[in-house]
Design a protein around this ligand. Structure first.
Ligand SMILES: [Zn+2]
Length: 235
């Protein structure tokens, strides 16, 4: 059976992630990057990943929830990253469609600094904010960890940015209105292409992978699988 890794998933409210992932395994989705949205997810994602070596957990404060953090969030994140060497950062980033952009920026930089400090991969969210985000990343040039650009929108100067960046295509590419993302598939280096569900609907993952592979005659589904294995599981 063809194997897949979902490069960007989340907990589902009111559904057991373990059960969803067990079903995913049956259709070949044998690994995933499981992201936090807020502090309240952290203990859960750590616990799930500790029980399953094919789940890579990420700690993060999502740009949507930067106004809802505890006073000790940063110290706690630092301690957890220090204590758990397999944890990555995710989901973190910037989103200009949401309010409080200056708070988003401040908290993204704090989390980026932890990723740099511990050399942990980042699962990155960026919506209409590449101008600001690339300026920030430039300040950390040569120190940056691997960066997975989640639900890549196809912005061309991101593909050429000088860092170890990976481009994860979401189910958006199955919808012809996401022209820029679809048009970027042939432009991304073949060892940098990933695919994701962007939720915990793992059933969609093979469809996304096949759509990417159809747009790239030079790569196979195994190549995409091996790219994600390298990024999330050091394999
Ligand atoms: Zn997400």
């Amino acid at each position: 059976m063809q194997k897949y890794i979902d490069s960007h998933s989340h907990l589902f409210i009111n559904q057991s992630f373990d059960d969803l992932f067990a079903d995913a395994n049956k259709i070949g989705v044998i690994g995933c990057s499981l992201n936090s949205v807020s502090e309240s997810d952290w203990a859960t994602v750590i616990d799930i990943a500790n029980k399953n070596k094919n789940i890579s957990a990420g700690l993060g404060i999502h740009p949507f929830v930067v106004d809802h953090v505890s006073a000790g969030w940063y110290k706690n994140m630092d301690l957890l990253l220090n204590y758990n060497p397999d944890l990555i950062l995710g989901e973190i980033g910037l989103d200009k469609t949401k309010d409080n952009f200056s708070t988003q920026e401040k908290m993204f930089i704090q989390q980026l600094e932890l990723a740099v400090k511990y050399n942990r991969t980042i699962n990155l969210h960026c919506v209409h904010a590449w101008d600001v985000l690339l300026q920030i990343l430039k300040k950390y040039r040569n120190k940056l960890p691997k960066i997975v650009v989640h639900s890549f929108d196809g912005t061309e100067n991101v593909i050429n940015f000088d860092a170890d960046m990976y481009f994860s295509y979401s189910p958006n590419i199955l919808d012809s209105k996401y022209k820029k993302a679809i048009a970027s598939i042939p432009l991304v280096p073949k060892d940098k292409i990933l695919i994701e569900s962007d939720c915990a609907d793992f059933d969609i993952v093979p469809n996304v992978a096949n759509a990417v592979a159809n747009a790239r005659p030079d790569i196979t589904l195994d190549d995409i699988f091996n790219n994600s294995k390298r990024v999330f599981f050091n394999g």
